[in-house]
Design a protein around this ligand. Structure first.
Ligand SMILES: [Zn+2]
Ligand SMILES: [Zn+2]
Length: 492
C-alpha cells in the first residue's frame, strides 16, 4: 500500500477531535482519522533519545495523555479533551522509568472490519478515537492528570504492513510486561456494577453482579490471556468507564478465600475462566493449552504464537520471527521447542479430536486444542534427563522400565486402574492412569525420573508405551521394588 501524504489530510472538513503530536495539532473527523492514525500520521522520532525508529528492530511505543489537565471532562461526556501522542522506544521508557497503563480489551466489529478491509467507517472512527480517550479521562481522574495509557486502537498504525502479525505482537507483549498494571476494559451491556463486587461481604448475594462480570466477552478471547499473563496486575473498568477500587488480583483472592468457606461452589463460579485464577509461572505446554482451549481467536496458528509468548516470555521476540507460517508446522515447532527445554508435556497430552498426524505420530493439537488434553497443572519438578529429538522428529527418552502391563480396566474418560508386574522380583504395582487407547497386548509402563506436576497428586509420572506411542500416563506412588532398569525408548 502507498501511504498517503499525511500533510494534505491533517485537517478534517468536519473536525470533531484534536490530537497533538510533535509540534503539530491535527484536527480530525471521520474523513481523515483512520487515514492519519492508522498510517504514518502520528509518526515522530523518539520523545526521549530523539532518534528515528527502525520498525524491524524496535517499533515505537505510542502512548496517549491529556494535552492539559481538564477537570471538567468526564469519561462519558459529549465534549472530549484534546490529547497528546508520544512515541518512544521501549528501551528509552525503561531507562527513564516512565510508566503507562496498557489497555486490554476485546475488539469491536466495526474496528476489526476497518482493519481487515482498510476502509474507514464512521462507526470505526468514532470507536478508535473515543474509546481510548474516554478510558484516558477515567484513568486521569483516578491516577492523576499526567497518566499515560497505551491502547492498540490508536497506539498501533494498523494499516502499516510493517506493524502486522508477528512483527508487532512480541512488542505488544513486552509493552504489557513493562506496563506492569493493565486496565481491563469490559464494555459489555448491561455492565456490572463496580460497587456490587465483593469486598468482604457475602459473595452469595453478589451472584448477579459476578455472573455479569465473568460473562463479559473479554474473558472468552485468546490474546487477552497473553496480555494478562505478561502484567503483574490489573484494574477492571466497566462500560461506564468506572474503574474498580481494588485490583483484579485482590478480587480473585477474595473469591478464592470466600469460596473455600462455602459448602459447595456457587453457580456463577463455574463461569470463571481458568486463566484469571492462575498466577503460576507457565512452564509447560500442556498447561498453556488448558488455558487457551476454548478461547476465541481468528486463526488457529495464533494459538501457537500465544503459547510461544507465554512459555518464552523473555525470548519470544526472536523466537516468534521463526514460527512457521503453516499452523500444523507451527504446532510441531512449538512442541519441539518445549521438548528441547525438557518439557515432557507434548508427549503426555491426551489426543484431542483430530486424526493422528501422518508423519510425527506423537504430535497432538496440530488441528485443534481441546479442553481436557492436559489437566495436571504446571510442572513442579523437571525430569532428570530431557528428551532428545532425532533428525526424523522422533523422540528418544531415557526412562526406567517398571514392567509389562497386566490387567487393565478401561475407562477412557476418567481414571483407569493399572496392574503391572515387575519382571524380576514379581512385585506388583497398582496405580491410577489416564489412558486414551486400549493396549493391544504389548504395552509397557515406564517411570520418568524426577518429573512431577502440580495437580497430578502423585510422586512420579509414568508413561504407558506401546508401538512407539504413549497411550496413557500413570500416576505413581513409590515403586514397590528397586529392580527397575534404565531403558531407552523411542517415540515416533
Ligand atoms: Zn529512544
Ligand atoms: Zn522388582
Amino acid at each position: 500500500m502507498t501511504l498517503m501524504d499525511s500533510t494534505s489530510i491533517s485537517v478534517s472538513s468536519h473536525p470533531q477531535y484534536s490530537i497533538s503530536v510533535g509540534d503539530t495539532v491535527l484536527s480530525l473527523g471521520s474523513d481523515n482519522l483512520l487515514d492519519l492514525c492508522w498510517t504514518d500520521g502520528l509518526d515522530t522520532p523518539c520523545s526521549i533519545c530523539k532518534r528515528h525508529f527502525d520498525n524491524a528492530v524496535a517499533p515505537p511505543v505510542r502512548t496517549l495523555q491529556l494535552l492539559e489537565a481538564s477537570p471538567k471532562a468526564t469519561p462519558a461526556g459529549l465534549q472530549l479533551p484534546s490529547i497528546k501522542i508520544t512515541n518512544s522506544h521501549l528501551r528509552c521508557l525503561k531507562l527513564s522509568n516512565i510508566k503507562f497503563f496498557p489497555v486490554s480489551h476485546a475488539w469491536h466489529k466495526p474496528v476489526a472490519r476497518a482493519y481487515a478491509t482498510r476502509e474507514s467507517s464512521i462507526e470505526a472512527t468514532r470507536m478508535v478515537f473515543e474509546l481510548p480517550v474516554r478510558i484516558l479521562v477515567a484513568a486521569s481522574q483516578r491516577f492523576g492528570s499526567d497518566v499515560q495509557i497505551w491502547h492498540d486502537y490508536i497506539s498501533i498504525p494498523q494499516w502499516q504492513d510493517s506493524f502486522r502479525g508477528t512483527t508487532i505482537l512480541p512488542q505488544i507483549f513486552q509493552i504489557f510486561k513493562y506496563g506492569g498494571t493493565s486496565l481491563i476494559h469490559l464494555d459489555d451491556e448491561p455492565t456490572f456494577d463496580i460497587h456490587e463486587l465483593p469486598s468482604s461481604q457475602d459473595l452469595s448475594i453478589r451472584g448477579p453482579a459476578m455472573q455479569c462480570l465473568f460473562s463479559a466477552r473479554w474473558f472468552r478471547r485468546m490474546w487477552i490471556i497473553v496480555e494478562f499473563t505478561m502484567c503483574q496486575d490489573s484494574y477492571l473498568m466497566n462500560s461506564r468507564f468506572e474503574i474498580m477500587p481494588g485490583r483484579f488480583s485482590s478480587l480473585m483472592e477474595e473469591i478464592t478465600r470466600i469460596s473455600q468457606t462455602l459448602p459447595a461452589p456457587l453457580e456463577w463460579m463455574a463461569s470463571i475462566p481458568m486463566f484469571s485464577k492462575d498466577r503460576s509461572t507457565h512452564n509447560c505446554l500442556g498447561h498453556v493449552y488448558d488455558l487457551l482451549a476454548n478461547q476465541g481467536c481468528r486463526s488457529f496458528r495464533d494459538y501457537f504464537i500465544a503459547a510461544c509468548a507465554m512459555l518464552e516470555q523473555d525470548h519470544d521476540h526472536r523466537a516468534l520471527a521463526e514460527l512457521p507460517k503453516d499452523a500444523q508446522d507451527a504446532c510441531l515447532w512449538v512442541s519441539k521447542r518445549a521438548l528441547e527445554r525438557g518439557d515432557y508435556s507434548p508427549l503426555l497430552l491426551r489426543p484431542p479430536n483430530e486424526p493422528q498426524h501422518g508423519r510425527v505420530r506423537w504430535l497432538k493439537g496440530y488441528m485443534r486444542i481441546d479442553e481436557k488434553m492436559w489437566g495436571i497443572g504446571v510442572q513442579t519438578n523437571a525430569a532428570y534427563i530431557p528428551p532428545t529429538i532425532l533428525p526424523d522428529d522422533s523422540v528418544q527418552l531415557e526412562v526406567r522400565f517398571l514392567g509389562a502391563l497386566g490387567d487393565f480396566s478401561p475407562n477412557f474418560d476418567g481414571e483407569s486402574r493399572l496392574l503391572v508386574q515387575c519382571m524380576l522380583c514379581k512385585s506388583r504395582i497398582h496405580c491410577g492412569a489416564s489412558m486414551w487407547r486400549e493396549p493391544k497386548g504389548a504395552a509397557n509402563l515406564y517411570l520418568v525420573p524426577g518429573l512431577t506436576y502440580l495437580n497430578a497428586r502423585c510422586e512420579h509420572i509414568g508413561i504407558v508405551v506401546e508401538d512407539a506411542q504413549v497411550i496413557g500416563r500413570a500416576l505413581l506412588g513409590a515403586p514397590p521394588c528397586n529392580c527397575s532398569e534404565v531403558a531407552h525408548i523411542r517415540l515416533e
